[in-house]
Design a protein around this ligand. Structure first.
Ligand SMILES: [Zn+2]
Length: 259
C-alpha cells in the first residue's frame, strides 16, 4: 500500500482509495487452482478467500496517510456479490467505516451438478462464451437492483478479461445491448456510480449507454493489485469519460458527475 501511494504521488494523482477484496461466495474450482497473488487458499477444490484483516488494513492506511500527507487516501473495500451475503456484509461494514464501497460480481452458477458457484473463468468451460457474458450481466443487474450497501459497481466488463478471444477483434457490446442496458438502468435507478475500470480498455459504448440511462456518476478504478499499475491509463479514460458527458467534481476525491 505504501508503494502504491508513493506511485500515485509520483504520477501526480491527488487522491486514491484502497479497495481490497472481500469475497464470501465459495467457488468450486474444478481443478483450476488459485492464481498467483490470490489472497486465498484452495481447500478440497473450493476457493476460499482469506477474510480481510480490517484492523491491519486500517493501520496500514493510517501509516500511508502519515507518510504521504499530500495525497488524499480514502478507505474502501470491494465486496463480491454482497447481495448474496447480507449478514456478513453488514458485519464487515459496521466494523470498518469505509469511504468507498464497491460491489462486484466474480462468480456464476456452477453447472456441474452439485450447485454452488464458479469463478467466471471456470464458467467459460461450462457454457457457450456469449452465454457467460449474458449471465454475468444478468447477475450484475440483480446486484444493481438490490439494496446491498455499496455505492460503485465495479468492472462491468469483467467477463471479457477471462476470455482471450474477446480481445481481438474487440467484443461487440451490441450483441448484449439489452442485457447491458438493463444493468445500467437498474444502477442509475439506484443512484449508484459506474466504475470505469482500466484493467482493459473500458468500452466507450458502456459510457454512452450509462449517460443515456441517466447515470449520475462515474468512478475510476485501475484495479491495480500492484503499485506499478496504479492509475493505469487514467488519462485516456478521463478523456473518454469527458467525451461521454461527465466531468470532474469539485473536490479531489469526488466521483465524476454529469456535465
Ligand atoms: Zn473484482
Amino acid at each position: 500500500m505504501e508503494a502504491a501511494a508513493a506511485r500515485a504521488l509520483q504520477l501526480g494523482v491527488s487522491s486514491v482509495a484502497f479497495t481490497d477484496h472481500v469475497d464470501w461466495t465459495l467457488r468450486n474450482m474444478h481443478g483450476a487452482g488459485a492464481r498467483k497473488g490470490d489472497r486465498a487458499s484452495v481447500v478440497d477444490d473450493v476457493f476460499v478467500v482469506e477474510p480481510l484483516d480490517v484492523e491491519g488494513y486500517l493501520e496500514c492506511l493510517q501509516r500511508c496517510r502519515d507518510r504521504f500527507p499530500g495525497l488524499r487516501i480514502l478507505s474502501g473495500v470491494e465486496l463480491g456479490e454482497p447481495h448474496l451475503h447480507p449478514a456478513a456484509t453488514a458485519r464487515l461494514l459496521a466494523g470498518g467505516d469505509f469511504d468507498r464501497v464497491l460491489g462486484s460480481v466474480h462468480t456464476l452458477p456452477d453447472l456441474a451438478g452439485q450447485g454452488g458457484w464458479v469463478e467466471v473463468g471456470v464458467a467459460y468451460r461450462q457454457r457457450p462464451a456469449l452465454d457467460v457474458v449474458r449471465e454475468y450481466l444478468r447477475a450484475a443487474t440483480e446486484l444493481a437492483a438490490s439494496n446491498a450497501p455499496f455505492t460503485v459497481l465495479a468492472h462491468l466488463d469483467f467477463p471479457l478479461r477471462r476470455r482471450e478471444h474477446w480481445r481481438k477483434p474487440p467484443f461487440d457490446w451490441l450483441m448484449v445491448e439489452d442485457e447491458t442496458r438493463a444493468v445500467l438502468d437498474a444502477l442509475a435507478g439506484s443512484g449508484r456510480a459506474l466504475e470505469v475500470n482500466t484493467r482493459m480498455h473500458f468500452p466507450v459504448t458502456l459510457l454512452k449507454w450509462w449517460h443515456e440511462a441517466g447515470g449520475e456518476a462515474v468512478a475510476f478504478g485501475s484495479d491495480a493489485h500492484e503499485p506499478g499499475r496504479v492509475a493505469h491509463e487514467f488519462a485516456l479514460a478521463a478523456e473518454l469519460v469527458e467525451a461521454s458527458g461527465f466531468h470532474a467534481g469539485n473536490r479531489l476525491d469526488d466521483l465524476w458527475g454529469r456535465a
